[in-house]
Design a protein around this ligand. Sequence first.
Ligand code: NAD
Length: 491
Amino acid sequence: MTRILNYIKGEMVPPEAGAFLPNIEPATGAPYSEVPDSDSEDVERAVAAAESAFPAWSSAPASERSRLLLRVAELIEQNLERLARAESIDTGKPIRLARSLDIPRAASNFRFFATATLHFASESHATDLRAINYTLRRPRGVAGLISPWNLPLYLMSWKIAPALATGNTAVAKPSEITPMTAYLLSELCREAGLPAGVLNIVHGTGAKAGAAITGHPRVGTISFTGGTKTGAEIGRVCAPFFKKVALELGGKNPNIIFADAGLEEVIPVSIRSSFDNQGQICLSGSRIFVERAIQKEFLERFVERAKSLVVGDPLEESTEQGALTSKAQFDKVLSYLQLAQREGGRILCGGEARPAVGGRCARGYFIRPTVITGLPVSSRVNQEEIFGPVVTVTPFDSEDEVVAYANGTPYGLAASLWTQNLSRAHRLAERIQSGTVWINCWMLRDLRVPFGGMKSSGVGREGGLEALRFFTEPRNVCIHLPANPAAGSAS
Ligand code: NAD
C-alpha cells in the first residue's frame, strides 16, 4: 500500500509522530493508501523551511522563478496519464474528466502564472509637478495554501503557482480525503529542481495540520478554498494576527433559463453544470429556474438525458458519472434526498443510492443523477449546499421573480443565464449577486478574470492580476520633486 509522504525542505519525509490515516478509494469503499496525519510539529518544520528559502527565492530574477514553474508545468503534461489515473482513483471522478479537465488545468495554472509574473507591473502616480508616487509590490513571505477534495490538483495548483511566481514561499495542505496528486506533484517539483523549502506540502486533517497553518504566527498570508463553515473558522483564527486572507467558499448557484433560449444548447450544458464531477463543483448550477412556458418541455428533455448518463467505474472510459468522493459526502447527499421528500419534493429521476455498478465497485459511493421539482425556494434543499448530483427545478414567470429567487440564498458564487435577449442579459447580470455570471454558457473559464464569491461564498478574488496582487504587498514610495532653484532665480 502506497505511503504518502510530506514534502518538507525538498525531502519526502514521514510525519514526525509517525501517524498515518487510511486513504479510501471512493469507487470501492476500500483503503488503498495511507496519508500522513501531520500535526503542528510537521507544520513548524515546513514553515521554518519556507522561511529559510524565502530570501533567495524572493530575490531571484522573475525569469528564473518562471523557468522553474514552466518546468513543473511540462512535467505535469508529461505525466498526464499517471496523474489523471491517480486523481480518478482518489476522488471517484471519471478518468475522462480528470484527463480532460483537472490535470490539463493544473499544467495551465503553472504555465499561466509562470508567464503572468513576467508581465506584472505596478502603478505610478504623478502628483502635479510636486512628487511622483510609485507602488512597490513585494512578495509577502510564507503563504499557507489550503484546498478541498473536489478538484484536488486543479485547485491546489491555482494557489501554488501565483504564490511562488510572485516570490513567496509556501506551506500547502491538500485535503486529507484526496492527497494523492499533491504527493505526486511534490515528486515532480523535486524533479524540476525547485529549490528546497520553496514549496512544502504537509498532509493531514483540517483540525490538526490545517489549523496549525492558519494559526501559525509566521504564516502571514492564507489562501483557502473549501466550505463556508470552515471559512468562517479560518477568518476567526486569522483576524487577531491581521493575516491577509482569501476565502473561496461554497455556492448554491442558480441556472436561469428563459423561454427564448434554445433548448438544443441549454440541455447539454445544463446536464454538465448539474452533474459534472457528480455535482461536486463549487460552480455547479444546483438550482435550475425555468420560465414557465417551457418548463414542461425542458423537464422532459432534461430528465431523459439525466437518466441516460452512464454511472460506473470511474476508471472505465465510458463512465460519465463516477462515485462521490467520500462516505461522509455520500451520506450527506442521501440525507438531503430524504429531506427533499419530507419537504414535499417530487423526485423525477435518481434519488437512490448504489445503482447497479457491479464488480469491484459494488460497495462504492455512487448516487444516480437526481432531479427534484415541487420544492419552495425557501426549502432547506433549495437553500443549503448539497454538493452532489442533485438539482431542483423551479418555474418562474418574471424577471423580478427570478432575480429574487437567484439572490435568495446566503451564497453568491456563480450564476448562469440563458436568453437571446441581450438587454435582459445585461440587466440581469447587473442585478444578480454573484462573483461570476455566465451568459449562455457555464464554466467557460479565462485564467485572467477575477474569480471568487460574494456574500457567504467568500472574500477576495483569485485569478490573473487579482492573484498576483493578493500574494504581494503594495507599498507606496513618494518622491518629492523640489522646485528647480535655477528656474526660480531666473524668474
Ligand atoms: P472543507 O472546508 O471541509 O475543507 C477544505 C480544506 O480545509 C481541507 O484541506 C481541510 O482539511 C481544511 N480544513 C478543515 N478544517 C480546517 C480548519 N479548521 N483549519 C484549517 N483548515 C481546515 O471543504 P471540503 O469539504 O474539502 O470541500 C467542499 C467545499 O469546498 C464546498 O463547500 C465547495 O463549495 C467548496 N469549494 C469552493 C470553491 C470556490 O472556488 N469557491 C472551489 C471548490 C470547492
